[in-house]
Design a protein around this ligand. Structure first.
Ligand SMILES: *Cc1c(COP(=O)(O)O)cnc(C)c1O
Length: 373
């Protein structure tokens, strides 16, 4: 086999297909000139709310800012506790800590890598103000179980759905499964912009109003600020790009599922040393990442790299082991998240993965695993 160069995420192939629509959308913004909160922003919010099946969508500047806005709207602040997972991108824990609250890290399920709902209840205290599961790698956490625990304790649930826009849980769409759903439009996410962006989803009218105000400096009308907010708006240009990309999104979700299923089929039947992702029957995944578990992960990643195959590690260090968080979490025991983070490896993934390239990646993995022990 000759060496190839495989993209980890192929944004160019998507652009080539959508080019006329994206350029048309961008040009319309350049013509009307409403770069801040232009008409595309509301149009996008309406489309996304309909897609998810909730009453309100509030777009925002990033998937990090959406988490911040959500928690500010829920009144989370100094000394409060928010229950979450340590096996996630840093923003999840970071926004809790930024508000002066304490992230309480709960270990993950060894099969889905999402928060283990059976470990949540014992960590609820009078200071607990919310539960924030993450729908990691494109599939939802066990939201019904989490919601029922939250209901019993009168707690809101924020789904950090930055990686799962388009996924379903028991036939319902991610982002519409709890008090607030929060997603990201970072370019490589399942629905990606050409820059930063994010969105919040809720059926709660009062929360939607609060989140809209917090997004614009806590303003309820021009230069009138009943509360503290942030500059958290989505750019009109990014909204325009997302509107163009939405036209292909259903097809992309199908393709992601097909590419994910094909990886699993090719790898699982030929190699028992590679653990492929487990998607429970109640879930569909949009495979924000296609991540396998292998022993000697770094050696295998090096061998793939030598063959022009990029990989990534999501995530090498759980949040409770990160320098910024370790002081208060040194004694938190999360053996499963520790073990998974040492073995996880993400492969090239996306709607535009070429079958031939996928075969090449699979062959390279099989060979790398065989020659590494
Ligand atoms: C990407 C991501 C975020 C942050 O989104 P940005 O748009 O990059 O700010 C938050 N949480 C998770 C789980 C993510 O994957």
């Amino acid at each position: 086999m000759s060496i190839r160069t495989i993209p980890f995420v192929d944004l160019k192939a998507q652009y080539d297909v959508l080019k006329p629509r994206i350029q048309d959308r961008i040009n319309r913004v350049l013509e009307h000139g409403q770069y801040i909160m232009g008409p595309e922003v509301r149009e996008l919010e309406d489309r996304l709310a309909e897609y998810v099946g909730v009453k309100h969508c509030v777009s925002a500047s990033s998937g990090t800012d959406t988490l911040l806005i959500a928690m500010m709207a829920l009144g989370i602040g100094y000394g409060d506790e928010v229950i979450t997972t340590p096996f996630t991108f840093v923003a999840t824990g970071e926004m809790i800590a930024l508000l002066g609250a304490v992230p309480v890290f709960v270990d993950i399920d060894p099969k889905t890598y999402n928060i283990d709902p059976s470990k949540i209840e014992s960590l609820i205290t009078p200071k607990t103000k919310a539960i924030m599961p993450v729908s990691l790698f494109g599939q939802c956490a066990d939201m019904d179980v989490i919601n029922s625990i939250a209901n019993m304790h009168g707690l809101p649930v924020i789904e950090d759905a930055a990686q799962s826009f388009g996924a379903t849980y028991k036939g319902r769409k991610s982002c519409g499964l709890s008090t607030i759903g929060s997603t990201s439009f970072f370019p490589s996410k399942p629905l990606g912009a050409y820059g930063d962006g994010g969105a919040l989803f809720t059926d709660d009218d009062a929360l939607a109003k609060l989140m809209r105000e917090i997004r614009v400096h806590g303003q309820d009308r021009r230069y009138h600020h009943p509360r503290i907010g942030i500059n958290g708006r989505l750019d009109t240009l990014q909204a325009a790009i997302l509107l163009a990309k939405l036209e292909r999104f259903d097809w992309e979700v199908d393709r992601r599922q097909a590419v994910g299923a094909r990886y699993t089929q090719l790898l699982a039947e030929r190699c028992h040393e590679v653990q492929t992702p487990y998607i429970p029957p109640c879930n569909t995944s949009v495979y924000a990442q296609y991540s396998i578990l292998v022993e000697d992960r770094n050696a295998i990643a090096d061998k793939l790299k030598a063959k022009g195959i990029p990989t990534a590690v999501h995530y090498p260090v759980p949040l409770n082991r990160q320098p910024a968080y370790i002081a208060c979490h040194e004694n938190v025991l999360t053996p499963i998240s520790d073990s998974i983070s040492a073995r996880i490896l993400s492969l090239p993934m996306g709607p535009d993965v070429v079958l031939d390239d996928q075969d090449y990646v699979v062959e390279a993995i099989l060979e790398a695993v065989e020659t590494t022990s």
